[in-house]
Structure formats: C-alpha cells, structure tokens
Design a protein around this ligand. Structure first.
Ligand code: FAD
Length: 465
C-alpha cells in the first residue's frame, strides 16, 4: 500500500458498539474511514453483554404505561453518579438518547422489551440481542464504505507539531505500520477489565473480582492517550458488578448459561455464607458488588421463591432465572432448609433472615437494611414464601471499567489542563466523566453510540475544513 493509500479521513480504533457507531456516522457523512480491531472477531465486551439500552419515552414504555422522560433519565443518571458526573456529558446523553434509539431502529433493530434495572426509577432497560446489534452495525458500516481490518493492533498515536500546535495525525500498529488520519483518530478500545496491571493501579479493591470484559480490553486506548497527557477521570469509582454465578455451567450449556443474573430487582434477597443479608438489595448492582467483596469467600447467594422464578425472562436479559436453572447454576428445593443445605449456608440463620424480611414486607417492622422497593424506589418488596425456593451463589464480576479519558461534549479528549488534544476523540467504555460514582444500568451501550457519532461529526468537519 502506498503512503497516499494509507491515509484516511477518520481512523477508529476498536470495533465494539462505540467504534462501529463512530465509523458508520463518519462514513455516512462522506468521509473515508478505517475501523481497526485488534482481535480476530469484532465485538469486544459488546458481544458478551446483556444488550440493555437505557432509553426514555419509547413506544414500548408508552404501551406499558411507564411514565418516563429525558428529564427523568437525566436525573437518574445524576443521582446514580452521586452528582459527581460531568453534567454536560449527562445532558448530551439525555438530549440525544431518543434520536439514538430512532437511529438504531432505522437499521431494523427493534426495542420491544423493557425492564427495570439498577439505578432506574422506572423500567427503562430496552434489551436486544447484542450479537444481532453488532452484526447489523457491521453490515451498515461496510455498506457505508467503512474499510475494516481485524487483527490490527494499534499500539500508539502519531502526532505532529509542538505545544499548542500539536495534533494527532494517525496511529502506529504493533507491526510498525503507520496509518494517517486527516480529520482525527477515535479511540473506542473499551475498558481495562483484562489488564491486571491497570486494575492493580487504579482499582486495587477489585483485584479479586472476576474479569468478565472482552478479551482485547486491556486499556490500550487509555495508555495511548495517557502518553500524550490526557486527563483521566472517574478512576476512583471503578466498581464491580454483582451477579456473576460462581458455578460452572453444566456440560453443553456453556454458551447459553447467563453470565450475569440479578433476581434481586424482582424480589430476591441476598445472603452470605452465614445466611445473613448484608445489603439493601434495591440499590445499584455496582454498590452490591462492593459489599459482596467484603463477604466470606466473596460470595453472595440470591435466594428467591417461585413468584420471582415466574418472572424469568430469557437472555439477553439478566433475569433469565430459568436459563440459569437449566444450566445448573441455580439450586432448587421444596423448603428453605433444604435449599440452605444444597447451597451450603446456615439453615437456621436463613430461616430467621427470611422471617424477618417477610415481616418487614408486611410492614410489621422496619427492614434491617432499609429496603422499601424492588429497585431505586420502584415496586414493593414481596415476601419470600411460595415454594419451591431457589438459590444462586454469585460473586462480583469486573465486567467494565467506567472511567478513563476525559472528553468534552464533542467527544474530544482533554489534556490534564482541560484543553482538547487536537485530532483525538474517545467514546464508549474508555471515556470518563459520564457516570460519576455509580453506573445506571443500560447507559454504556447508548453512551458509546451517542459520543461515537459526535466524535465522528467533529472529526469529519476537521477533515474537510
Ligand atoms: C457480561 C456483561 C454484561 C453487560 N451488560 C450491559 C448492558 O446490558 N448494557 C450496557 O449498556 N452495558 C453492558 N455492559 C457493558 C458494555 O457491554 C460495555 O461497556 C460496552 O459494550 C463497551 O463498548 P465499547 O464499544 O466501548 O467497547 P467494546 O465493545 O469492548 O469494544 C472495544 C474493542 O476494541 C478492541 N481493541 C482494544 N484495544 C485495541 C487496540 N489496541 N487496537 C485495536 N482494537 C483494540 C477490542 O478488542 C474490542 O473489540 C456489560 C458488560 C459485560 C461484560
């Protein structure tokens, strides 16, 4: 390939949700776009995720009479982040989420299921098969003229100029190949859940959490931009996700066994090996994840009854209790005592715990952990009483690292002095500032799409200026 041919308007690093959306947007605006993926198969964490998108004001919410709005979504994001989020970024999400929903629907993707999840004050998670989303985006990218290369490991960024004139002009691959980008480079390399050195440096409290992100998610984009003086933000808030089953799936069930299960938002309680609750189960699964890592053997057992099992909803939701039972991850028993024995937890303590919880559900006494809802103020907790009973041993997984490169509302990466690094953009899990202290379920996929498209728009304008 000649020097001339190895120049593009926009180079996107990482082919997950965020990178694909950036590449499509840029190509549809007439730019020449190169999408580079380190691994053999595109998708990263997006491929293995729950496929839930936090959108507000949708058709399915209207059909189910769920009162939601961009304002309420914005408020929930800020509340979840304990108001430590970058408010401007949150506002962009709120403003653009509905248009993003329509943009994806225009590709033929249908969001016709909605459910309640962590930090949502109304049911807002629109779940869809993430592999279908990826395949659709990939086909759209190719159709728009995006050049795609797998096995292309970007190692660092190219710059020209000094001081205020410095700008990012391309990338260097691990094999030494140099690729130019006239308008800009978009970093969409995902998080660093698979980089033990970065976990140790930025989130040592999570060194015992189970790494669950994409295998290529080793923080490469963070390192590249960090090397240029990028501002890193929210690193102190990285959290694990409660609900990773610890049992191995039964033979033959490996591919269909749920990676995450959260029955607590339908009414399960969570107890430790001693049969005692340790958290208000209605709070974010990120917060529950922190508490779980403080328990003996890092275990939390979700315990629930048939009433919860009846609300099972198949993958990709995290409510696939039936799937988890079929895969051998969930124990089933006719009595609480038998369930405790099957799970290896203290039977007398479990009985006492459930009795006290049920009294609190009846309003006869305050709940020991202040639980008054199923999730974030929505729904009433229900008694654990209708057999058969179910139990699932879980730990905290490090699915994602919601922190990283500080960006502005055009997705431009800021340096430590809060000035944009010319020609450099970031989107998706590698960006910081958006979530603040805690993450609202379903906000990562849509965030990657929203800021990826904004990055593309800005980079294309630079290329054609
Ligand atoms: C089990 C699980 C369930 C989840 N459920 C949800 C959910 O329901 N809703 C939600 O919003 N979020 C969910 N998340 C989080 C969400 O999946 C991710 O935050 C999101 O998919 C990240 O998208 P991304 O495009 O930024 O990164 P990814 O999808 O991880 O893509 C990044 C890509 O960049 C590539 N890459 C990395 N380094 C380089 C390099 N040097 N050169 C070239 N390519 C590189 C990687 O190989 C990867 O393919 C879940 C995560 C997990 C693990």
């Amino acid at each position: 390939m000649t020097q001339q041919e190895n120049q593009h308007d926009v180079v996107v690093i990482g082919a997950g949700m965020a990178g694909h959306c950036a590449a499509i947007e840029a190509a549809r605006r007439g730019a020449s776009v190169l999408l580079l993926e380190k691994t053999a198969l595109y998708g990263g964490s997006t491929r293995m995720c729950g496929g839930a998108f936090a959108f507000a004001g949708t058709e399915v919410q209207r059909r189910n009479e769920i009162p939601d709005s961009a304002q309420l979504l914005e408020q929930d994001l800020l509340e979840a982040g304990k108001h430590r989020n970058d408010k401007a970024l949150v506002h962009v999400y709120a403003e653009r989420q509905y248009e993003t929903y329509e943009w994806l629907q225009a590709m033929g993707l249908r969001f016709d299921k909605v459910s309640l999840s962590g930090s949502q004050s109304v049911p807002r998670n629109h779940s869809i098969d993430p592999v279908l989303v990826l395949e659709t985006l990939h086909a759209q990218a190719l159709a728009a003229g995006v050049a795609y290369r797998a096995g292309a490991h970007v190692e660092r960024l190219l710059t020209e100029g000094e001081g205020d004139a410095r700008r990012v002009t391309g990338v260097v691959l691990k094999n030494g190949e140099r690729i130019g980008a006239r308008g800009g480079v978009v970093i969409a390399t995902g998080g660093f859940s698979r980089a033990p050195d970065l976990v140790e440096r930025f989130a040592p409290h999570l060194r015992e959490a189970r790494p669950m992100g994409g295998h290529g998610n080793t923080g490469d984009g963070l390192r590249m931009a960090w090397a240029l003086g990028a501002d890193l933000i929210d690193l102190g808030y990285v959290k694990g996700t409660f609900g990773a089953p610890v049992a191995e799936p039964a033979p033959g069930k490996e591919e269909v066994a749920p990676r995450l299960v959260s029955a607590m938002y339908r009414g399960a309680i969570i107890v430790n090996r001693a049969g005692r609750r340790f958290v208000n189960e209605s709070v974010s699964y990120k917060t529950i994840g922190d508490r779980c890592l403080e328990q003996p053997e890092l275990l939390g057992f979700q315990v629930f009854d048939q009433r919860v099992m009846d609300q099972s909803s198949p993958l990709p939701t995290v409510a696939d209790y039936q799937g988890a039972l079929d895969a051998g991850l969930v124990k089933q028993a006719d009595s609480l005592e038998a369930l405790a024995t099957a799970l290896g937890i203290d039977a007398d303590a479990l009985r006492e715990t459930v009795d006290a919880y049920n009294r609190a559900c009846d309003g006869a006494e305050p709940d020991a952990f202040g639980r008054t809802s199923l999730s974030t103020g929505y729904g009433k907790p229900t008694r654990v009483e209708t057999g058969p009973f179910y139990g699932l041993a879980c730990t905290t997984g490090l699915t994602s690292t919601y922190c990283g490169l500080h960006i502005d509302v055009d997705a431009r990466v800021l340096d430590v002095y809060k000035r944009p690094i010319e020609g450099l953009y970031a989107t998706g899990e590698v960006m910081g500032g958006f979530h603040g202290e805690t993450y609202m379920s379903g906000s990562s996929l849509a965030k990657g799409c929203i800021f990826g498209r904004l990055a593309a728009q800005h980079a294309v304008a630079r290329a054609t200026a």
